[in-house]
Design a protein around this ligand. Structure first.
Ligand SMILES: [Zn+2]
Length: 385
């Protein structure tokens, strides 16, 4: 039997003094490690990860884990409540305009305040040059945690900005983990995953058909905040000609279908995909499943958006997840004001065609967009994984 613990974290406190919290479910398995951190719904309208976590609850009851897990559904009560009528506008913080998934702290670069707020990987590697791998892994995690608490302390009497408070509440949990999964969705999209460069076997274990490879550069997202410091550490050791120090922590962003979609039945399937990857990492017993179909990937630099050449109504010519050839019809941009007399439907239409071969992965959530808005995003320069 797994042993469960529940607590709350505070992401923000409202103007009338109410703490806006998220529930944290800590599943203690047979060992404290490997430890997985899995959160869902940091973007307010990206709901499906909650179904995946609920299904994981049941899976973990049937199959007590070898390692342990921290599961945080509905991690962002701020975004979940950013409603205008029936619509949830949950990517950008109404209070600041910032993307909720870009405010995390870089713990191996001088992103804020004093040098105590980050770890100098070259100095750490020099001191630990002859240490064991376990000493390096544990020592580096302690150093990252010390940097994170220095960030919290550095605020002093000036007060903590809401954006920083939000990031710290999440990062103080995620920093403990050996693998971090941030569950999102696309706008209108199939399932796809942002995976760190080089994590091929782990990525295959998810069995998700489309993969975007993330280079080890920090740009503020949780997956990067989780794996980039450990990548930096491995590189620092390589500079000292020590090559046995691999990246000990991976971080993934899973895109579980479309915004606003929510299905408990699909959540059971999503939980199976996640469980397969957790077997790869040794959090669960057993071997990961072989992918049931071909997996294709491209670098995030080859994941490109097509911007609407004109404003209008979008008639998508294909379903997201469809391979295309250069010149194939992607969408029709439709504007009745382009019609003259006598008015004809075809005059309202401007066709948008594929600039390159690739896979259309995502359509903008809305069907009425202005010129220059993101119409769709497509993978180019794709390869089998
Ligand atoms: Zn998202």
């Amino acid at each position: 039997m797994a042993h469960w613990e529940r607590k709350e974290i505070v992401l923000r406190t409202s103007a009338v003094g109410q703490a806006m919290t998220a529930p944290v479910f800590w599943c203690h398995g047979r060992n404290p490690r490997p430890l997985a951190y899995i959160q869902a719904n940091v973007h307010g309208a990206e709901l499906q990860g909650n179904a995946a976590i609920l299904a994981l609850f049941d899976l973990l009851e049937k199959e007590p884990p070898r390692g342990s897990l921290i599961l945080v559904p509905r991690v962002n009560p701020v975004a979940a409540n950013q409603q205008v009528g029936d619509y949830v506008s949950g990517v950008f913080d109404f209070a600041s305009g910032f993307n909720f998934n870009r405010g995390y702290i870089n713990l191996t670069g001088p992103s804020r305040g004093s040098s105590a707020c980050y770890v100098d990987v070259d100095a750490f590697a020099a001191v630990h040059r002859d240490a064991t791998l376990a000493e390096i892994r544990d020592g580096f995690r302690e150093a990252l945690k010390a940097a994170l608490s220095a960030v919290r302390d550095s605020v002093g009497p000036w007060g903590m900005e809401a954006r920083l408070e939000f990031a710290l509440a999440i990062q103080e949990l995620a920093i403990e983990a050996d693998v971090v999964l941030d569950l999102h969705t696309g706008d209108r999209a199939p399932r796809y995953v942002y995976a760190p460069e080089g994590a091929t076997a782990a990525t295959r274990a998810f069995g998700i058909p489309f993969v975007l490879e993330v280079p080890p550069r920090f740009a503020g997202a949780l997956d990067e905040a989780s794996f980039v410091p450990w990548n930096d550490l491995a590189e620092a050791f390589r500079r000292l000609n020590r090559t046995d120090v691999r990246r000990f922590v991976d971080g993934f962003t899973l895109e579980l279908g479309s915004m606003n979609a929510f299905s408990l039945a699909q959540g059971v399937e999503d939980a199976k995909r996640i469980a397969s990857a957790l077997r790869y990492y040794g959090v669960l017993d057993g071997e990961p499943a072989e992918p049931a179909h071909r997996i294709i990937f491209c670098g995030v630099g080859d994941y490109k958006s097509v911007y609407a050449p004109v404003g209008g109504l979008v008639d998508a010519a294909l379903t997201p997840g469809t391979p295309v050839r250069k010149g194939d019809l992607l969408a029709r941009m439709v504007d009745p004001s382009r019609c003259s007399i006598p008015p004809r439907m075809q005059d309202a239409v401007v066709e948008v065609r594929a600039p390159e071969d690739g896979v259309v992965l995502l359509f903008h959530a809305f069907s009425s967009i202005s010129k220059g808005a993101r119409l769709l995003s497509m993978m180019t320069n794709t390869h089998p994984l």
